[in-house]
Every structure is written in C-alpha cells, then in structure tokens.
Design a protein around this ligand. Sequence first.
Ligand code: PGA
Length: 251
Amino acid sequence: MRRPLVAGNWKMHGSTAENAVLIEQLINGIDGRREGAEVVVCPPFVYLPEVVRRLKGTPVRVGAQNVSAEPGGAFTGEASAAMLKDVGCEYVIVGHSERRAHYREDDAVIARKFRAVLGQGLVPILCVGETLDEREAGSTEAVVGRQLEAVLSLAGVASFARAVVAYEPVWAIGTGKNASPDQAQAVHRFIRDRIATGDGKIAGDLRIVYGGSVKAGNAAELFAQPDVDGGLVGGASLKGDEFLEICAAAG
Ligand code: PGA
C-alpha cells in the first residue's frame, strides 16, 4: 500500500512571524497516525533551519523547493543537496514548472538535480506537467513522457524507488482551475505505466501526487482516484485550517 503524501509548497511566501503561526496551527491540528498521510512543508531556503527546528519531534517533515545540480563550489546564490540535508531537509521539489518557465531549467538540469538529491539520501519530488497549449495540441503524454524520460535515462528506473512524482498541469497551477479527477487519473496512470515498463514493482509502489489548485473543496475527489496518492499544494498550504483539511482528505 502506498502511503499518501501531502506537501505544501510555500513558494516565496512567509516571514519568521507568519511561519511561526502557521506551524503552530499545523502542529496542533495534525493527525499523526501512521496510517494517515505523510505531511511535508517546503518553505523558502532561508527559513529551512528555523522550520526544521520548530517541527522537530512532530510528524511533519520538511522539504526544499529547489536545489543546485552541483555538489559545491563557485555557484553564487545556490544551495547544494548536501547543505539541504545538513539543515534537516528530507524532501526536495525538483523541476517545478515555475523553475522550468522562469529560470529556464531544462530536462537535463532537472535530471541532474534529481540525481544530486538522491545522492544525499533525500527524496526528490519530481514535477512534470504540460502547458495549456500542449494539452490543447494533444501532446500531454508526449510532454510528460519526455520529462520522465530525461530522468529515467540519467538516473535509471531504480531511482524511482526513492522518489515521488508530482503531476502538475501548468494551466492548473495558481489559476483556481484544477484538473478534473478524470484528467488527473489519466495522466497519473500514464506515468505509472511508463515507470512499469522499466520495473513493475517500483511503479506499483511509486507515489504520484497531483498539484494545481488543490483546495479543501476538491481534494477528496482528486485523492479518491486510484493512481492519485496525495497532493502538492501551493496557495492552500499557506492557510493552516485549509491545509489540514487537505491532509485529512488524503488519508
Ligand atoms: P497551487 O500551486 O496549489 O497554488 O495551484 C501548486 C504548485 O505550484 O505546486
């Protein structure tokens, strides 16, 4: 059985004071049952040590939103996977569409980031997804397939035994317009089938979460799909009550 996972992507939001309030709400409201969903929060880099400290001893895990593909050196403004591990991160979002679109991250660098994260024993949350133009052109599977292929060819199918995949249609992110449960299920099935061509057991165990305008009001129907194993939540993860409701909907 795959344990559902709900990860909050705070993006470039928060402050020391705001984070303290949000974390307090999460700690007080979280259902720590082992059979419940695994819950992760991904604050901006600068707040990681503080958030790790506040969540110590609670069931809530901490992830980063990005990582360098390089192990270290003269890369101004970057943080390595080893540094993220050093400060207590366990997860790292890799290849988010905002990184792909605004920072020109291509499939090749994303594959290298994925490998760097695994190299430190952290769990990559690999984001894949098509734009609206690509969906309307009927190329959703070609795009998602290409994004997966880049990682598979560099890191191998075995690496997916320690990874999470997030299907995030770009047109659904931050728009208030989520993929329908059927649309999400179809792409999640496609992803699982693609991994299964390499290894059926790894595909069966792989957690594939959905992201793109997940809210308290639509989480349950999305998570009820057989291949949707939780969510990657942006806007709604900044509201403690709503994020807790989404976590409860996952398991
Ligand atoms: P959203 O963002 O929930 O605000 O649509 C999701 C994401 O970008 O991970």
